[in-house]
Design a binder for this molecule. Structure first.
Ligand SMILES: *Cc1c(COP(=O)(O)O)cnc(C)c1O
Length: 364
Protein backbone atom coordinates (compact mmCIF):
# COMPACT_ATOMS: atom_id res chain seq x y z
CA UNK A 1 0.00 0.00 0.00
CA UNK A 2 0.94 3.64 -0.27
CA UNK A 3 0.09 6.55 1.99
CA UNK A 4 -2.52 9.03 0.84
CA UNK A 5 -1.76 11.74 -1.72
CA UNK A 6 0.48 14.18 0.15
CA UNK A 7 1.64 16.09 -2.92
CA UNK A 8 0.10 19.38 -1.79
CA UNK A 9 1.68 19.07 1.68
CA UNK A 10 4.78 21.16 2.26
CA UNK A 11 7.64 20.25 4.54
CA UNK A 12 8.26 22.69 7.41
CA UNK A 13 11.47 24.69 6.87
CA UNK A 14 12.90 25.59 10.28
CA UNK A 15 15.64 28.11 10.90
CA UNK A 16 19.01 26.35 10.79
CA UNK A 17 20.05 24.89 14.14
CA UNK A 18 23.22 25.74 15.98
CA UNK A 19 24.61 22.22 16.21
CA UNK A 20 23.78 21.34 12.57
CA UNK A 21 25.60 24.40 11.31
CA UNK A 22 28.55 23.82 13.66
CA UNK A 23 28.87 20.25 12.30
CA UNK A 24 28.61 21.47 8.72
CA UNK A 25 31.30 24.12 9.22
CA UNK A 26 33.47 21.97 11.49
CA UNK A 27 33.16 24.63 14.20
CA UNK A 28 32.43 24.59 17.91
CA UNK A 29 28.76 25.59 18.53
CA UNK A 30 30.16 28.06 21.09
CA UNK A 31 31.78 30.04 18.27
CA UNK A 32 28.48 30.53 16.46
CA UNK A 33 25.83 33.20 16.87
CA UNK A 34 22.41 31.54 16.45
CA UNK A 35 19.81 34.16 15.52
CA UNK A 36 17.72 32.17 13.07
CA UNK A 37 14.91 30.73 15.18
CA UNK A 38 13.78 33.49 17.58
CA UNK A 39 14.97 31.45 20.55
CA UNK A 40 15.71 33.00 23.94
CA UNK A 41 19.39 34.09 23.92
CA UNK A 42 19.45 34.01 27.73
CA UNK A 43 18.58 30.32 27.91
CA UNK A 44 15.88 28.75 30.08
CA UNK A 45 15.01 30.21 33.51
CA UNK A 46 17.03 28.78 36.42
CA UNK A 47 13.96 27.55 38.26
CA UNK A 48 12.83 25.66 35.15
CA UNK A 49 16.23 23.94 34.99
CA UNK A 50 15.77 22.88 38.63
CA UNK A 51 12.24 21.64 37.91
CA UNK A 52 13.54 19.62 34.95
CA UNK A 53 16.21 17.95 37.08
CA UNK A 54 13.85 17.06 39.87
CA UNK A 55 11.17 15.77 37.48
CA UNK A 56 13.65 13.29 35.96
CA UNK A 57 13.04 10.65 38.65
CA UNK A 58 9.28 10.57 38.05
CA UNK A 59 9.11 10.21 34.28
CA UNK A 60 7.93 6.62 34.58
CA UNK A 61 4.52 8.07 35.50
CA UNK A 62 2.03 9.70 33.13
CA UNK A 63 1.83 13.47 33.61
CA UNK A 64 -1.46 13.62 35.48
CA UNK A 65 -1.16 16.13 38.30
CA UNK A 66 1.51 18.16 36.52
CA UNK A 67 -0.83 18.62 33.53
CA UNK A 68 -3.67 19.69 35.80
CA UNK A 69 -1.40 22.01 37.79
CA UNK A 70 -0.07 23.80 34.72
CA UNK A 71 -3.57 24.15 33.27
CA UNK A 72 -4.80 25.65 36.53
CA UNK A 73 -1.87 28.04 36.84
CA UNK A 74 -2.44 29.24 33.29
CA UNK A 75 -6.17 29.64 33.94
CA UNK A 76 -5.31 31.87 36.93
CA UNK A 77 -2.68 33.75 34.98
CA UNK A 78 -5.20 34.61 32.24
CA UNK A 79 -8.30 34.77 34.42
CA UNK A 80 -10.16 32.12 32.42
CA UNK A 81 -11.57 28.75 33.42
CA UNK A 82 -9.24 25.72 33.25
CA UNK A 83 -11.46 24.30 30.48
CA UNK A 84 -10.49 27.26 28.33
CA UNK A 85 -6.80 26.34 28.47
CA UNK A 86 -5.84 23.72 25.88
CA UNK A 87 -2.31 22.58 26.69
CA UNK A 88 -0.42 21.31 23.67
CA UNK A 89 3.01 20.23 22.46
CA UNK A 90 4.11 23.74 21.44
CA UNK A 91 1.69 26.29 20.06
CA UNK A 92 2.04 24.18 16.89
CA UNK A 93 0.20 21.44 18.75
CA UNK A 94 -2.55 23.90 19.65
CA UNK A 95 -2.94 24.76 15.95
CA UNK A 96 -3.51 21.03 15.37
CA UNK A 97 -6.06 20.84 18.17
CA UNK A 98 -8.00 23.80 16.78
CA UNK A 99 -7.90 22.23 13.31
CA UNK A 100 -9.17 18.94 14.75
CA UNK A 101 -11.91 20.64 16.72
CA UNK A 102 -13.13 22.92 13.95
CA UNK A 103 -12.36 21.60 10.45
CA UNK A 104 -14.62 19.27 8.54
CA UNK A 105 -13.14 17.62 5.42
CA UNK A 106 -12.90 20.17 2.63
CA UNK A 107 -13.28 23.23 4.90
CA UNK A 108 -11.05 26.13 3.94
CA UNK A 109 -8.83 28.26 6.15
CA UNK A 110 -7.47 31.76 5.46
CA UNK A 111 -3.84 32.46 6.31
CA UNK A 112 -1.42 35.38 5.89
CA UNK A 113 1.04 35.44 2.98
CA UNK A 114 3.90 35.76 3.91
CA UNK A 115 3.28 33.99 7.18
CA UNK A 116 3.88 31.10 9.52
CA UNK A 117 3.77 27.90 7.48
CA UNK A 118 2.32 25.55 10.09
CA UNK A 119 -1.26 26.90 9.81
CA UNK A 120 -1.48 25.53 6.27
CA UNK A 121 0.34 22.31 7.10
CA UNK A 122 -2.00 21.54 9.96
CA UNK A 123 -5.07 22.31 7.90
CA UNK A 124 -3.94 19.89 5.19
CA UNK A 125 -3.31 17.16 7.77
CA UNK A 126 -6.93 17.62 8.77
CA UNK A 127 -8.24 17.46 5.19
CA UNK A 128 -8.75 21.19 4.93
CA UNK A 129 -7.83 23.55 2.10
CA UNK A 130 -5.77 26.72 2.35
CA UNK A 131 -6.26 30.21 0.94
CA UNK A 132 -4.27 33.38 1.58
CA UNK A 133 -4.70 37.04 2.37
CA UNK A 134 -1.83 39.36 1.48
CA UNK A 135 0.40 40.99 4.09
CA UNK A 136 1.95 43.46 1.73
CA UNK A 137 5.24 45.24 1.76
CA UNK A 138 3.58 48.31 0.21
CA UNK A 139 1.68 48.83 3.46
CA UNK A 140 4.69 47.94 5.65
CA UNK A 141 3.13 44.53 6.31
CA UNK A 142 0.20 46.04 8.21
CA UNK A 143 -2.78 43.71 8.48
CA UNK A 144 -6.09 45.56 8.16
CA UNK A 145 -9.64 44.30 8.38
CA UNK A 146 -10.14 45.34 4.74
CA UNK A 147 -7.33 43.12 3.43
CA UNK A 148 -8.53 40.12 5.41
CA UNK A 149 -12.21 40.63 4.65
CA UNK A 150 -11.54 41.16 0.95
CA UNK A 151 -10.01 37.67 0.80
CA UNK A 152 -12.56 36.18 3.19
CA UNK A 153 -15.16 33.88 1.72
CA UNK A 154 -16.79 31.90 4.52
CA UNK A 155 -13.53 30.31 5.59
CA UNK A 156 -13.78 28.15 8.67
CA UNK A 157 -10.67 29.55 10.37
CA UNK A 158 -8.94 32.90 9.85
CA UNK A 159 -5.40 33.06 11.25
CA UNK A 160 -3.97 36.37 12.45
CA UNK A 161 -0.41 36.53 13.77
CA UNK A 162 0.34 39.34 16.21
CA UNK A 163 3.21 40.09 16.34
CA UNK A 164 3.50 38.72 12.85
CA UNK A 165 6.25 36.29 11.84
CA UNK A 166 8.44 37.13 9.91
CA UNK A 167 7.61 40.85 9.75
CA UNK A 168 7.05 41.89 13.39
CA UNK A 169 3.88 43.89 12.63
CA UNK A 170 0.92 43.73 15.02
CA UNK A 171 -2.83 43.42 14.55
CA UNK A 172 -4.84 45.87 16.68
CA UNK A 173 -7.77 44.78 18.82
CA UNK A 174 -10.07 46.97 16.72
CA UNK A 175 -8.98 45.06 13.63
CA UNK A 176 -9.46 41.67 15.31
CA UNK A 177 -12.86 42.70 16.62
CA UNK A 178 -13.91 44.03 13.26
CA UNK A 179 -12.83 40.81 11.50
CA UNK A 180 -14.58 38.61 14.05
CA UNK A 181 -17.75 40.71 13.80
CA UNK A 182 -17.85 40.73 10.02
CA UNK A 183 -17.07 37.06 9.45
CA UNK A 184 -19.64 34.31 9.79
CA UNK A 185 -20.53 33.13 13.31
CA UNK A 186 -19.15 29.73 12.20
CA UNK A 187 -15.72 31.21 11.48
CA UNK A 188 -13.06 30.96 14.17
CA UNK A 189 -10.57 33.83 14.34
CA UNK A 190 -7.28 32.56 15.76
CA UNK A 191 -4.89 35.19 17.11
CA UNK A 192 -1.40 33.69 17.26
CA UNK A 193 0.50 35.49 20.02
CA UNK A 194 3.67 33.37 20.00
CA UNK A 195 5.59 36.66 20.42
CA UNK A 196 2.95 38.38 22.56
CA UNK A 197 5.29 39.05 25.50
CA UNK A 198 7.52 41.25 23.33
CA UNK A 199 4.66 43.41 22.09
CA UNK A 200 3.34 46.62 23.61
CA UNK A 201 -0.27 45.79 22.78
CA UNK A 202 -2.35 43.73 25.19
CA UNK A 203 -3.26 40.11 24.56
CA UNK A 204 -6.43 39.43 22.59
CA UNK A 205 -7.40 37.31 25.61
CA UNK A 206 -9.78 40.10 26.70
CA UNK A 207 -11.81 39.66 23.52
CA UNK A 208 -12.73 36.14 24.68
CA UNK A 209 -15.06 37.63 27.29
CA UNK A 210 -17.24 39.14 24.60
CA UNK A 211 -17.12 36.64 21.75
CA UNK A 212 -17.25 32.89 21.27
CA UNK A 213 -15.45 32.84 17.91
CA UNK A 214 -11.93 33.88 18.90
CA UNK A 215 -9.05 31.72 20.17
CA UNK A 216 -5.60 32.90 21.27
CA UNK A 217 -2.34 30.94 20.91
CA UNK A 218 0.58 31.32 23.33
CA UNK A 219 3.83 29.42 23.80
CA UNK A 220 6.66 28.78 26.24
CA UNK A 221 9.08 28.51 23.30
CA UNK A 222 10.00 32.14 22.81
CA UNK A 223 10.01 34.58 25.77
CA UNK A 224 10.01 31.74 28.33
CA UNK A 225 13.04 30.05 26.79
CA UNK A 226 11.64 26.49 26.72
CA UNK A 227 11.49 25.78 22.96
CA UNK A 228 13.16 22.39 23.32
CA UNK A 229 10.43 21.12 25.64
CA UNK A 230 7.58 21.81 23.20
CA UNK A 231 4.91 23.37 25.38
CA UNK A 232 2.22 25.84 24.37
CA UNK A 233 -1.53 26.27 24.57
CA UNK A 234 -4.66 27.79 23.13
CA UNK A 235 -7.11 29.93 25.09
CA UNK A 236 -10.53 29.03 23.71
CA UNK A 237 -14.13 30.27 24.08
CA UNK A 238 -15.92 29.51 27.30
CA UNK A 239 -18.54 27.44 25.44
CA UNK A 240 -15.91 24.94 24.22
CA UNK A 241 -15.49 23.36 27.62
CA UNK A 242 -15.99 19.73 26.63
CA UNK A 243 -14.15 19.68 23.30
CA UNK A 244 -10.54 19.34 24.52
CA UNK A 245 -11.02 15.83 25.89
CA UNK A 246 -12.49 14.78 22.55
CA UNK A 247 -9.62 15.97 20.36
CA UNK A 248 -6.37 16.03 22.30
CA UNK A 249 -3.63 13.47 22.26
CA UNK A 250 -3.77 12.00 25.79
CA UNK A 251 -1.29 13.77 28.10
CA UNK A 252 -0.56 16.35 25.44
CA UNK A 253 2.38 17.86 27.30
CA UNK A 254 4.99 15.67 28.96
CA UNK A 255 5.84 15.58 32.65
CA UNK A 256 9.13 17.46 32.38
CA UNK A 257 7.67 20.15 30.16
CA UNK A 258 4.66 20.63 32.49
CA UNK A 259 6.89 20.99 35.56
CA UNK A 260 9.32 23.35 33.85
CA UNK A 261 6.54 25.51 32.39
CA UNK A 262 4.83 25.75 35.80
CA UNK A 263 8.11 26.88 37.37
CA UNK A 264 8.72 29.40 34.57
CA UNK A 265 5.22 30.81 34.90
CA UNK A 266 5.51 31.21 38.65
CA UNK A 267 8.53 33.50 38.40
CA UNK A 268 8.24 36.10 35.67
CA UNK A 269 11.66 37.68 36.28
CA UNK A 270 13.36 35.74 33.47
CA UNK A 271 10.61 36.75 31.03
CA UNK A 272 10.92 40.38 32.11
CA UNK A 273 14.68 40.34 31.63
CA UNK A 274 14.28 38.63 28.25
CA UNK A 275 11.69 41.12 27.02
CA UNK A 276 13.65 44.14 28.13
CA UNK A 277 16.83 42.83 26.52
CA UNK A 278 14.98 42.00 23.28
CA UNK A 279 13.54 45.53 23.10
CA UNK A 280 17.01 47.05 23.48
CA UNK A 281 18.58 44.79 20.86
CA UNK A 282 15.63 45.27 18.50
CA UNK A 283 16.23 49.02 18.51
CA UNK A 284 19.93 48.46 17.87
CA UNK A 285 19.23 46.18 14.91
CA UNK A 286 16.92 48.82 13.47
CA UNK A 287 19.30 51.73 13.94
CA UNK A 288 22.70 50.11 13.37
CA UNK A 289 21.99 47.86 10.38
CA UNK A 290 22.80 49.75 7.19
CA UNK A 291 19.95 48.09 5.30
CA UNK A 292 16.20 48.81 5.39
CA UNK A 293 14.38 47.21 8.33
CA UNK A 294 10.77 47.27 9.51
CA UNK A 295 9.21 48.26 12.80
CA UNK A 296 8.89 45.09 14.92
CA UNK A 297 7.04 44.12 18.07
CA UNK A 298 8.65 40.68 18.18
CA UNK A 299 12.08 39.45 19.33
CA UNK A 300 13.39 39.74 15.78
CA UNK A 301 13.79 42.24 12.97
CA UNK A 302 13.14 41.76 9.26
CA UNK A 303 15.85 43.29 7.07
CA UNK A 304 16.01 43.81 3.32
CA UNK A 305 19.43 42.65 2.17
CA UNK A 306 19.25 41.90 -1.56
CA UNK A 307 19.83 38.21 -2.32
CA UNK A 308 18.77 36.67 1.01
CA UNK A 309 20.04 33.21 0.19
CA UNK A 310 23.56 34.42 -0.68
CA UNK A 311 23.67 36.81 2.27
CA UNK A 312 22.52 34.09 4.70
CA UNK A 313 25.12 31.69 3.32
CA UNK A 314 27.93 34.19 3.70
CA UNK A 315 26.79 35.11 7.20
CA UNK A 316 26.84 31.44 8.07
CA UNK A 317 30.43 31.14 6.85
CA UNK A 318 31.19 33.92 9.33
CA UNK A 319 29.43 32.00 12.08
CA UNK A 320 26.21 34.04 12.19
CA UNK A 321 22.99 32.12 11.61
CA UNK A 322 19.96 34.16 10.50
CA UNK A 323 16.70 33.17 8.86
CA UNK A 324 16.67 33.38 5.08
CA UNK A 325 13.07 34.45 4.38
CA UNK A 326 12.94 32.96 0.87
CA UNK A 327 10.72 30.16 2.18
CA UNK A 328 8.30 32.88 3.33
CA UNK A 329 8.28 34.28 -0.20
CA UNK A 330 10.58 37.19 0.73
CA UNK A 331 13.68 36.29 -1.25
CA UNK A 332 15.38 39.62 -0.51
CA UNK A 333 14.87 39.55 3.26
CA UNK A 334 16.44 37.94 6.29
CA UNK A 335 14.98 37.75 9.78
CA UNK A 336 17.45 38.34 12.61
CA UNK A 337 16.52 37.37 16.17
CA UNK A 338 17.47 39.67 19.03
CA UNK A 339 20.51 38.08 20.66
CA UNK A 340 22.49 39.04 23.71
CA UNK A 341 24.24 42.40 23.44
CA UNK A 342 27.39 40.76 22.11
CA UNK A 343 25.63 38.40 19.71
CA UNK A 344 23.63 41.29 18.31
CA UNK A 345 26.79 43.35 17.81
CA UNK A 346 28.41 40.46 15.93
CA UNK A 347 25.32 40.04 13.77
CA UNK A 348 25.10 43.76 12.96
CA UNK A 349 28.77 43.90 11.96
CA UNK A 350 28.55 40.72 9.92
CA UNK A 351 25.40 41.79 8.04
CA UNK A 352 26.82 45.25 7.30
CA UNK A 353 30.11 43.77 6.06
CA UNK A 354 28.52 41.05 3.93
CA UNK A 355 26.02 43.39 2.30
CA UNK A 356 28.72 46.02 1.62
CA UNK A 357 31.08 43.43 0.13
CA UNK A 358 28.36 42.00 -2.11
CA UNK A 359 27.27 45.38 -3.40
CA UNK A 360 30.86 46.45 -4.20
CA UNK A 361 31.53 43.13 -5.95
CA UNK A 362 28.55 43.94 -8.17
CA UNK A 363 30.60 46.81 -9.47
CA UNK A 364 28.66 49.82 -8.21
C1 LIG B 1 7.39 29.95 17.04
C2 LIG B 1 5.99 30.17 16.56
C3 LIG B 1 4.91 29.36 16.97
C4 LIG B 1 4.94 28.15 17.82
O1 LIG B 1 6.02 27.67 18.32
P1 LIG B 1 5.98 26.40 19.27
O2 LIG B 1 7.41 26.18 19.52
O3 LIG B 1 5.29 25.29 18.55
O4 LIG B 1 5.22 26.81 20.48
C5 LIG B 1 3.65 29.67 16.55
N1 LIG B 1 3.42 30.69 15.76
C6 LIG B 1 4.41 31.48 15.33
C7 LIG B 1 4.07 32.63 14.44
C8 LIG B 1 5.72 31.23 15.70
O5 LIG B 1 6.69 31.99 15.21
Amino acid sequence: MHYRDLSDHEVYVPGEGLVEVARELGMDPEELVALGSNENPHGPPENAIDAISSAASSVHEYPKSSHTDLTESLAKHWDVSPEQVWLSPGADGAIDYLSRAVLRPGDRILVPQPGFSYYAMSSRYHHGAVEHYPVSRESDFTVTDETVLEAYDDHRIVFLTSPHNPTGSVVTHDTIRSIAAQTDSDTLVVVDEAYGEFSSIASARELLDHRDDIAVLRTFSKAYGLAGLRVGYALVPDSWADAYGRINTPFAVNEIACRAASAALADQSHVEKTVSSAKTQRKRLQSELKVPTWESQGNFVLAEVGDASTVSDQLKQRGVIVRDCSSFGLSDCIRISCGTEQETTEAINAVNDVVAALSSSHGD
